[in-house]
Design a protein around this ligand. Structure first.
Ligand SMILES: *Cc1c(COP(=O)(O)O)cnc(C)c1O
Length: 368
């Protein structure tokens, strides 16, 4: 097939997302040798921009692989064979963490709720009361296949109160709402350029707290000399240091442009745009008598809206009609939500009120 492949006019998918024009332009810049001092300085600048976006005091790291790499690397780095892990499960990604926690930890305890519900912070407190030996907690903030948002900051405060470590998958929420590593009390916080930042998939953006780094350094089980080694990327941004592996230069350029865009629009304005788009989508769907997937509207994420398939359609039929008749591409459900939902993403460039209105109007005409 010739390049570029054709892109649907409205790609309202939950990642990859349509990338901003500035990001696309940055991808075409000449690829520099990674040890060229100019690139090393540029890379240090990108890390600094990411630190500012994360609102942390500590330089974050970038790993060279799509965000699942970062999440798996976080588990491998932080969880040792002495750790009891509390894994919080309200969706597909939360459930997926269980395997890594079990691989590296001594024991995994799980709080699981149906995938149209969210984790109750009080249940986390109860778990600590019953099992004061819990040392690591993991949480997916926005479990994207369900479109639900967990009360991260409340849970983070409880985890901190009990002195445990917190790993947060904020892949599909960071950049689309007010969520940051330090306010969440996260020891490792992972996100991706390919969701709300409106850039390409292929990198993991990771913030590690001071005590998180200390635990990683103490952990003899943490990978070293491995592609999965988070520790290998610590301080890699200091000019003159060597990179553990060659960074994906073009994707670093793209990330730089995405971070500039985020700063220029202003984070608060970006979040407001996401929230407004999601509200329009939810209200519009409810007006059409289309049910939201989350049991309560208050649990819906501002970065994706999951709705139940209206009777008379399958998920694929409805997806295909929206695509073929209206040029709108939505995401299907995944695993437990497969066949039950369609999802409208409001992420980065796709978080535009008019796109939510267009989608609701298209659904309205298909249903009537
Ligand atoms: C997109 C996403 C990831 C990245 O994983 P993929 O399934 O490979 O796209 C991780 N966590 C969440 C919550 C995501 O939405």
């Amino acid at each position: 097939m010739p390049l570029p492949l054709s892109v649907p006019p409205l790609m309202l998918t939950t990642g990859p997302v349509p990338i901003y024009p500035e990001v696309l332009k940055a991808l075409g810049a000449p690829v520099l040798y990674d040890y060229h001092p100019t690139f090393q300085e540029f890379y240090a600048g990108v890390i600094e921009k990411l630190r500012v976006a994360f609102r942390t005091d500590i330089a974050p790291v970038i790993m060279q692989g799509e965000a699942i790499l970062g999440i798996e690397a976080a588990a491998a780095a932080l969880i040792s064979s002495n750790d009891v892990v509390l894994n919080l499960v309200s969706g597909v990604y939360g459930k997926g963490f269980e395997g890594w926690a079990a691989r590296y930890g001594k024991e995994v305890i799980e709080i699981a709720v149906p995938f149209d519900e969210i984790i109750d912070p009080e249940a986390v407190r109860d778990a600590f009361r019953k099992r004061p030996d819990i040392t690591v907690v993991s949480l997916c903030h926005h479990d994207t296949p369900s479109g639900t948002l967990n009360p991260l900051n409340e849970i983070g405060a409880i985890v901190a109160e009990y002195g445990a470590y917190l790993i947060v998958d904020a892949v599909s929420s960071f950049g689309g709402m007010d969520v940051h590593p330090q306010t969440a009390h996260a020891d490792i916080f992972i996100t991706s350029p390919s969701k709300c930042l409106g850039s390409t998939p292929g990198l993991s953006l990771i913030s590690v707290s001071k005590r998180g780094w200390e635990k990683i350094e103490r952990n003899d089980d943490a990978p070293r000399g491995s592609f999965l080694s988070l520790a290998a990327w610590k301080d890699a941004s200091i000019p003159g240091r060597t990179f553990p592996v060659t960074p994906s230069i073009a994707e670093i350029y793209a990330l730089d442009a995405a971070l500039d865009r985020y700063a220029q629009e202003g984070s608060e304005n970006v979040w407001a745009r996401h929230a407004e788009t999601a509200t329009i989508a939810r209200k519009g769907l409810l007006k059409l008598d289309i049910a939201l997937w989350p049991k309560q509207e208050a649990w819906c994420a501002p970065t994706a809206t999951a709705f139940k398939i209206p009777s008379g359609f399958t998920d694929v039929e409805l997806r295909d009609r929206l695509l073929n008749e209206d040029g709108i591409l939505l995401s299907l459900g995944r695993a437990d939500t497969a066949g039950k939902v369609l999802r409208i993403a409001h992420m980065g460039a796709s978080a535009q009120p008019e796109f939510a209105r267009k989608t609701v109007a298209a659904l309205s005409s298909i249903l009537s």
